[in-house]
Design a protein around this ligand. Structure first.
Ligand code: NDP
Ligand code: GDR
Length: 342
């Protein structure tokens, strides 16, 4: 029997890697995409085939997490075996500018999808993209038993989603789980998150088309893993017998300054010659340090991150230099892990 998966947020970084993974496992993949005046599917274009083809496995459907009726219709029609809720307004700094919108998409959107599962009467397994931002002000190391103290409208919206997912598990016996994922990055990372902002700037500075890079808090500590590995962990959370929540992380801590240093020096540059401070990139309340303890995932899922943050920085710098040098090339399929590991 062909398994069917439904992915919200399929056009995002994680959605594209997850779609790739599930297609490689023989799944039929259905993705929710938002109607926009321009195409927003560049991360999944390489996976798409004409749906009229008999062997088509990827199907895209217009919809929005803010439109509950549409979610009921889609789930009733598709009847997926697995639902992955990856859609969100996912930018922490932006959530301070758009708190209400973030609450709606990143918070209430989750209960709309959970209700759609219930209303459509389907038997399915549900994955919620929870975040290390839940821990916020609670110091590291953070694990499944660490108390939450979110520090942004994004973190608070994700907190609602975390608990409503747990509540549907307890109240209705749904197989609904939270993956509490620490930061994970890749050449497909959105351009305004700190890692990709840095690696794109390194490529542009190296090419001579940019001189300065404006940044906020360089002392923040993060646990950066490689997104392509994290989607495997998401999938594994839905394959176990009992629904449980899991942390996915590398357990390795680097500061933003460290990431700058590694990225610039990999291209033969000195970051201090180029980086300037701009207070607009500070957050009204910052999360100082997130470093995960992935023991439970290792023991119960057999999942482990193998790409360290320094490997990741080099991998992303090379991909951005490659993309700048070959603008027409599909860099999406060029990731070769072995060459970045030192
Ligand atoms: P991205 O920002 O790359 O992708 C977000 C996705 O959500 C996009 O496909 C976007 O569509 C979609 N989306 C946004 N709003 C809506 C809406 N109202 N209705 C439907 N779709 C919507 O995020 P990532 O791939 O990095 O992250 C995936 C999930 O994991 C997110 O929920 C994020 O908060 C969470 N997470 C991410 C971590 C990370 O380090 N990457 C760590 C922990 C959690 P469009 O392309 O149209 O904008
Ligand atoms: P984060 O990621 O807030 O951890 O959320 P981001 O890359 O935006 O910031 C990481 C840290 O870098 C500091 N920083 C800057 N950040 C950005 N974006 N731009 C800058 O110029 C800059 N200068 C310094 C930030 O202050 C912060 O401390 C990500 C998202 O993917 C969330 O969706 C996810 O839930 C969490 O990771 C885990």
């Amino acid at each position: 029997m062909t398994k069917r998966a439904f992915i919200t947020g399929i056009t995002g970084q994680d959605g594209s890697y997850l779609a790739e993974l599930l297609l490689s496992k023989g799944y039929e993949v259905h993705g929710l995409i938002r109607r926009a005046s321009t195409f927003n599917t560049s991360r999944i274009d390489h996976l798409y085939t004409d749906p009229h083809n008999e062997d088509a496995k990827l199907f895209l459907h217009y919809g929005d997490l803010r439109d509950g009726g549409r979610l009921v219709t889609l789930l009733s029609q598709i009847k997926p075996h697995e639902v992955y809720n990856l859609a969100a307004q996912s930018h922490v700094r932006v959530s301070f500018d758009e708190p209400e919108h973030t609450a709606d998409a990143t918070g209430t959107g989750t209960v709309r999808l959970l209700e759609a599962v219930r209303m459509s009467g389907i038997e399915t397994r549900f994955y919620q993209a929870s975040s290390s931002e839940l821990y916020g002000a609670t110091p590291p190391p953070q694990s499944e038993s660490t108390p939450f103290h979110p520090r942004s409208p994004y973190g608070v919206a994700k907190m609602y989603s975390y608990w409503i997912t747990k509540n549907y598990r307890e109240a209705y016996g749904m197989f609904a789980v939270n993956g509490v994922l620490f930061n994970h990055e890749s050449p497909r990372r959105g351009e305004t998150f700190v890692t990709r902002k840095i690696t794109r700037a390194v490529a542009a500075i190296k090419a001579g088309t940019q001189e300065h890079l404006y940044m906020g808090n360089l002392d923040a500590v993060r646990d950066w893993g490689y997104a392509a590995e994290y989607v495997e962990g998401m999938w594994r959370m839905l394959q176990v017998d009992e629904p449980e929540d899991f942390v996915l992380a590398t357990g390795v801590d680097y500061t933003v300054k460290d990431f700058l240093e590694i990225s610039f020096s990999h291209a033969g540059l000195n970051w201090e010659d180029h980086v300037k401070f701009d207070e607009r990139y500070l957050r009204p309340s910052e999360v100082d340090a997130l470093v995960g303890d992935p023991t439970k995932a290792r023991e119960k899922l057999g999942w482990e991150a193998t790409v360290r943050p320094d490997d990741l920085a080099r991998l992303m710098v090379d991909a951005d230099i490659e993309a700048l040098n070959h603008p027409g090339k599909n860099w999406i399929d060029t990731v070769n892990l072995a060459s970045w590991k030192k």
